[in-house]
Design a protein around this ligand. Structure first.
Ligand code: ADP
Ligand code: MG
Length: 480
């Protein structure tokens, strides 16, 4: 190293040397000119010899001065050149101290400034480099840790997990759970594709799975069937996601054996269906029994001559029929737990209208009801209540063939409260009539049913007869 530097110094010295010569030559030429002049004058006298000696002295002084000036210029340049070489070799701790010529001093100062800036630049770069290295190290450690965690979860997952190639679906890694689900040992699965293993029971399902994967780059809870090694069929739920592993796109599949769940679901569905049929059967039988009772009353009334008693029989038959309709509607509908009250009102009022009004044009019926599904607990008292009040309107509101209107409305507000209105513009009931304490069975029943519905009742008998019941659907009370 030392030798190398020494060589370099020598080389630099020779590079600078011509500059010395360049500066010394004009002086030397001047001196030589003087000598030539002296010779031309010839050596005639002592004065001439003295002049020659003087000239010679002047020559020596000139050479010395030329050399000194040359050194003053060349030395700082040499210093600069050496410092530049040192910087090129990575030694940034250089400082050039120059005395003398102003221009070279400025050059040296600029050089020193440049060295400082270079040094600061290098230091900043080194710092950034170190930070970058630290960051890369941290990220690598994090990545390693997360990869370790992933594989820990992969191996110990109770769900079947597999990593396969994207194009052919060849298994690269499989866990123990998937081996158990499919009945193949890990070695039998790795390197094989699902097609080679003949896993998919339904080819269309496999195509659909690939289509979803292509469209969304992921598949969630895809239900299909896989063939077990033993030949049996397993219901499988697969979720898949494209991931990058070791820089390669791979398919990560998670699958669960849902065979048992599917069997239980089918059993549950079957039992639910069975219960629905049973419930329909019960409603059908209740309806039939009520119908038989109504028919029995009808048969019994054949022997009655008293018109008042006959009317009582008819009213009873109507009340039974009101309940019959509810059960009939229940077993005919999809929802066995709820009756559409709007639909029910249309049927019930329609039946009453046709049995009480032989002259269709005398009473105009207006039904404005919303479709409101109600449980049987609420629907039965509603139906009976309607039966009493609509019957009263047809029977008492328009005596002596008077004409008029009967209006029935059902509305459910935002709070789910129901508002049932029965109004007629008939003769009305006297103002001081206490309907809640009526001795007659019809209004007594209305009072009892409104209490059962926990309804707020508005009554007005002055301008026709007006009843409004506001109530909520009654909650089902479990009995078993
Ligand atoms: N809409 C109505 N218009 C006129 N009068 C009515 C009306 N509703 C009830 N009434 C009167 O109130 C009475 C009591 O009615 P209710 O208790 O149903 O017994 P019923 O209908 O068997 O007579 C009726 O007899 C009738 O005089
Ligand atoms: Mg009545």
């Amino acid at each position: 190293m030392k030798v190398l530097l020494l060589r370099r110094r020598i080389q630099l010295y020779f590079e600078v040397l011509p500059l010395h010569l360049l500066l010394t030559v004009p002086f030397a030429l001047q001196i030589l000119g003087a000598i030539a002049l002296i010779q031309w004058l010839s050596w005639q006298n002592l004065a001439q010899i003295n002049a020659f000696v003087l000239c010679l002295a002047a020559l020596v002084v000139s050479i010395y001065l030329g050399s000194a000036i040359a050194r003053q210029i060349a030395d700082p340049i040499l210093q600069l050149s050496q410092a530049a070489c040192a910087i090129a070799n990575g030694e940034l701790n250089q400082e050039i101290k120059v005395q003398g010529i102003k221009e070279i001093k400025i050059l040296a100062d600029s050089f020193n400034l440049m060295i400082q800036q270079l040094k600061a630049g290098f230091e900043a770069m080194e710092k950034t480099n170190k930070e970058l290295e630290k960051h890369v190290e941290e990220r690598t450690a994090e990545l390693k840790l997360s990869e370790e965690k992933f594989f820990k979860a992969f191996w110990s997952s109770p769900s079947g997990m597999a990593i396969s190639t994207l194009e052919e679906g060849r298994f690269i890694e499989v866990n123990e759970s998937i081996s158990q689900i499919l009945g193949y040992a890990k070695e039998e699965l790795i390197g094989k594709s699902s097609i080679e293993l003949n896993l998919w029971v339904d080819e269309r399902s496999r195509i659909q799975f690939i289509q979803i994967l292509r469209q969304k780059a992921a598949v969630h809870n895809f239900e299909t069937q896989f063939r077990h090694r033993a030949g049996t069929t397993k219901a499988i739920e697969i979720s898949a996601q494209i991931i990058r592993l070791d820089g390669q796109p791979r398919l990560l599949c998670v699958c669960s054996d849902i065979t048992q769940r599917k069997i239980s679901e089918a059993q549950l569905q079957a039992s639910l269906h069975e219960k629905e049929i049973l419930l329909k059967e019960i409603h059908h039988r209740v309806k039939n029994n009520l119908h038989i009772m109504a028919n029995l009353l009808d048969l019994q009334s054949d022997a009655i001559q008293d018109p008042k008693l006959l009317e009582v029989f008819t009213l009873c038959q109507n009340r039974i029929h009101t309940m019959t309709l509810i059960h009939e509607q229940l077993y005919q509908s999809e929802n066995l737990a709820k009756v559409d009250l709007g639909k029910y009102i249309h049927r019930l009022v329609g039946n009453l209208y046709s049995s009480y009004n032989s002259n269709a044009n005398r009473i105009i019926l207006k039904i404005e009801v919303e479709s409101v599904p109600l449980n049987i607990e609420t629907a039965i008292p509603c139906g009976l209540l309607l039966n009493e009040l609509v019957t009263n309107a047809f029977k008492h509101a328009f005596p002596h063939n008077r004409c008029g209107k009967v209006h029935i409305a059902l509305h459910q507000d935002a709070t789910e409260q129901l508002h049932l209105t029965i109004w007629d513009n008939g003769i009305g009931i006297q103002a001081d009539f206490d309907w809640q304490n009526s001795p007659s069975l019809g209004l007594k029943l209305v009072h009892i049913l409104s209490k059962q519905l926990k309804a707020k009742v508005k009554f007005n008998g002055t301008n026709g007869t007006f009843f409004r019941f506001s109530f909520f659907e009654l909650l089902y009370k479990p009995r078993f």
